[in-house]
Design a protein around this ligand. Structure first.
Ligand code: FPP
Length: 247
C-alpha cells in the first residue's frame, strides 16, 4: 500500500480522532485507557504525514464541549496533554515539527498555558510540518473570538468596518497563517463535524471511516489520500485546477 504518488498530496490534513472510548469498551478497558492508546497513535500518524509530504496536520484533541464529560475523564485528558508536551517536544523538534495549539487556551491552567507557550516558541522555526493541536477548541467559539477581535480593532481605529471581508477575517482566526484543510478525516464511524474548523472547511474534502482512532494507520491515510486525489476540486467554479482559496 506504500506506492502512492507524491503528486497532489493534501497540504493540510485535519483529523477528528474519534472512537477511543468504544475501542476501549470493546476490549473491557477503561475509557482513559482508550485515550492513552489514542495518544500513542499520534506519533505514528505524524510520521506517516511527514513521510507522505503533508505540511500541516490539525488534530482535534479536546473540544469546547468535552468539558461536559465526567471530571475524571476531563482531568485525565488534560494531564495527557501536559505529558505529551513534556515527553514529545524533544522528538518533535528533532523532526523539525512546528508545534501549535488552537483553541481558547486562556482558560487552561497557567501551568499548561506556560508549557504550550514554551513549546510553541521553541519549535516556531521548524519547517517540516506544522502540528496544530486543537485543545478547548470550538469552531463557533473561534468565529466569535475572531469577530470580537475585529470589533476591538475597529474601535481602536486600526481599520474601519468597511475593511472587514473574508480575507481580513481569516487573518484573525486561530489558524492565521495556515492554509485551509484540503482533506478532513473523521475516524470512529460518525458522520458529523462536531464544531471543528467551521470557517476553514468551506471547500475541504471529507473522508469518513468506521475505524476507531487507536486502530487507524498509515494504510488508511493512504486510502483517504487516494480518494482525495481522484476528486475534482472546483471551489464553486466550473473547471478543475482553479486555484485553492488559500493561494
Ligand atoms: C474522541 O473519542 C476522542 C477524544 C475526545 C480525545 C482525543 C484525544 C486523543 C486521541 C489524545 C491525543 C492527545 C494528544 C496530546 C495528541 P471518544 O472518547 O469520543 O470515543 P467514543 O466516541 O468511542 O466514546
Amino acid at each position: 500500500m506504500e506506492n502512492i504518488s507524491r503528486n497532489n498530496i493534501p497540504r493540510h490534513l485535519a483529523i477528528i480522532m474519534d472512537g477511543n472510548g468504544r475501542w476501549a469498551e470493546r476490549r473491557g478497558l477503561s475509557r482513559n485507557e482508550g485515550h492513552r492508546a489514542g495518544m500513542k497513535k499520534v506519533e505514528e500518524i505524524l510520521e506517516a504525514c511527514i513521510d507522505l509530504g503533508v505540511k500541516v496536520l490539525t488534530l482535534y484533541a479536546f473540544s469546547s464541549q468535552n468539558w461536559k464529560r465526567p471530571r475524571r475523564e476531563v482531568n485525565f485528558l488534560i494531564k495527557e496533554f501536559e505529558r505529551y508536551i513534556d515527553e514529545e517536544m524533544d522528538k518533535l523538534n528533532k523532526k523539525s515539527v512546528q508545534f501549535r495549539v488552537i483553541g481558547r487556551i486562556r482558560v487552561l491552567s497557567p501551568k499548561l498555558q506556560e508549557k504550550i507557550a514554551k513549546a510553541m516558541k521553541r519549535t516556531k522555526n521548524n519547517q517540516k510540518l506544522v502540528l496544530n493541536l486543537a485543545i478547548n477548541y470550538g469552531g463557533q467559539e473561534e468565529i466569535v473570538d475572531t469577530a470580537k477581535e475585529l470589533i476591538r480593532k475597529v474601535k481602536d481605529k486600526v481599520f474601519s468596518l468597511g475593511d472587514i471581508d473574508i480575507n481580513l477575517f481569516r487573518k484573525y482566526l486561530y489558524t492565521k497563517g495556515l492554509p485551509y484543510p484540503d482533506l478532513l478525516i473523521r475516524t470512529g464511524g460518525e458522520y458529523r463535524i462536531s464544531n471543528f474548523l467551521l470557517w476553514q472547511i468551506a471547500y475541504t474534502e471529507f473522508w469518513f471511516t468506521p475505524t476507531f482512532w487507536p486502530d487507524f494507520n498509515k494504510d488508511e491515510i493512504i486510502k483517504a489520500i487516494d480518494s482525495y486525489k481522484r476528486r475534482e476540486r472546483r471551489f464553486g467554479g466550473l473547471k478543475s485546477r482553479i486555484k485553492g482559496l488559500e493561494d
